[in-house]
Design a protein around this ligand. Sequence first.
Ligand SMILES: [Cu+2]
Length: 168
Amino acid sequence: MKNLMKSVLLLTILGTAASADDMMPMMQDVTAGQLTLSDGFAHATLPNQPVAGGFITITNAGDAADTLIAVRSDIAQVMQIHEMAMQDDTMVMRELEGGVVVPAGEAVMLKPGGMHLMFMQLDGPLVEGENVSVTATFEQAGDVVLSLPIRKKMIGGHGTVQETDGDR
Ligand SMILES: [Cu+2]
């Protein structure tokens, strides 16, 4: 019986350590009115790469929808909200018309391979281990300032797409 207890404990520890995400710096949750913003991060840039992706989960606990309509950052001259779309059998990214709608009582994830925030015309690199400040503007909740931890980009993972200039 004692051995069984030990095994269970060990499994619990291993199970916790197994997720690589747990080793990554996490963003503190930010609340703004009925919204909670969590799991935010940005990808570190490769040398001379003028663009990078940013990601966030938006949870709406209210009884009315809200919409992320714009994002900006001091480090990027241009910042857009992008979606992924199929074009001639190729996955491309393009600016999302109308922003990201977060329905009442629902959560929307911006994540690699899907919708994302796009830093463009960067004035400097995004360095792994540092943070980048982003102001997200919501139709209802207004401006929300986020400090996104910068993580190394996983190369070639399933569902990843080359981040180019985004003008395609
Ligand atoms: Cu993009």
